[in-house]
Design a protein around this ligand. Structure first.
Ligand SMILES: Cc1cc2nc3c(=O)[nH]c(=O)nc-3n(C[C@H](O)[C@H](O)[C@H](O)COP(=O)(O)O)c2cc1C
Length: 189
C-alpha cells in the first residue's frame, strides 16, 4: 500500500518535537512518502497539479499536523481550498479520490480530559474534527480512525517514543488500527 503523509507544520525541521518525531516514524515504514508542505510552500502558493498527482499515486492519504486554535495550521486550509477542486475532488465527475483511505494524525497540546463537554474547553474533541470528517465524506475517501497524540505540549520522551512506534504500526497496513492504544495516544471516530 502506498501512503502519502502530508505534513503541515510551520517549523517541522526546527521548532517541532512531536510532529517531527511522528514524521520520522512514518518515514521508517515501507511505502510511505512524506511531504513537508510548509517547506514546499512557505509563501502559500501551492502547486496544485503536483499535489493532486501525489494524491492520485497514494492508496492512503494522511494529514499530519499540530492542533492550532482547535483546528489545523493555516497552510492546510489553503491546501484544501486550492487542491480539492470542484470537478476533481467533489461535484459531478469529482471522483478522483474516491475509495482511498484517509487518516488524520494530530499532535494536540492539551490533554484529552480538557476535550470533554464537562472539561475545560467544554467541547468533545471528536466534535472539533467534524469539518475534517465532512470534508472526507464529500471527497469520497474512506475515513480511518484518527491518530491523536494528546498532551503533546508536555509529553515525556518515553511517551513520545511510544506514540511514534504506535503511529508506525498504524501505517504498516490496513487493519493495524486495531493495535493497542498507548496511554498518551487517544483515538476518536
Ligand atoms: C498557534 C498555536 C495554536 C495552538 N492551539 C492549540 C489548541 O487549540 N489546542 C491545543 O490543545 N493545543 C494548541 N496548541 C499547542 C500545539 O498543539 C502543540 O504545541 C503541538 O501539538 C506540539 O507539537 P509539535 O512539537 O510538533 O509542535 C497551539 C500551539 C500554537 C503554536
Amino acid at each position: 500500500m502506498k501512503t502519502a503523509v502530508l505534513a503541515f507544520h510551520p517549523h517541522l525541521g526546527s521548532g517541532s518535537r512531536v510532529t517531527h518525531r511522528l514524521a520520522q516514524a512514518a518515514q521508517s515504514v515501507d511505502g510511505v512518502s512524506l511531504v513537508n508542505e510548509y517547506q514546499l510552500y512557505p509563501d502559500f502558493h501551492i502547486d496544485v497539479a503536483a499535489e493532486q498527482e501525489t494524491l492520485l499515486q497514494a492508496d492512503r492519504i494522511v494529514w499530519l499536523f499540530p492542533f492550532y486554535w482547535y483546528s489545523s495550521p493555516a497552510l492546510l486550509k489553503q491546501w484544501e481550498d486550492d487542491v480539492l477542486e470542484h470537478g476533481w475532488a467533489y461535484g459531478s465527475d469529482g471522483d478522483r479520490l474516491h475509495g482511498k483511505e484517509f487518516m488524520l494524525a494530530i499532535s494536540i497540546g492539551s490533554p484529552a480530559e480538557k476535550y470533554r463537554p464537562e472539561g475545560e474547553f467544554a467541547v468533545a474533541g471528536k466534535d472539533l474534527l467534524t469539518p475534517f470528517r465532512a470534508t472526507a465524506r464529500l471527497i469520497g475517501v474512506d475515513w480511518q480512525q484518527p491518530f491523536l497524540v494528546h498532551g503533546a505540549s508536555f509529553i515525556s520522551d518515553e511517551d513520545l517514543e511510544q506514540a511514534a512506534q504506535q503511529f508506525a504500526l498504524r501505517l504498516q497496513g490496513p487493519g493495524s488500527e486495531t493495535a493497542a492504544t498507548p496511554p498518551t495516544t487517544t483515538t476518536a471516530n
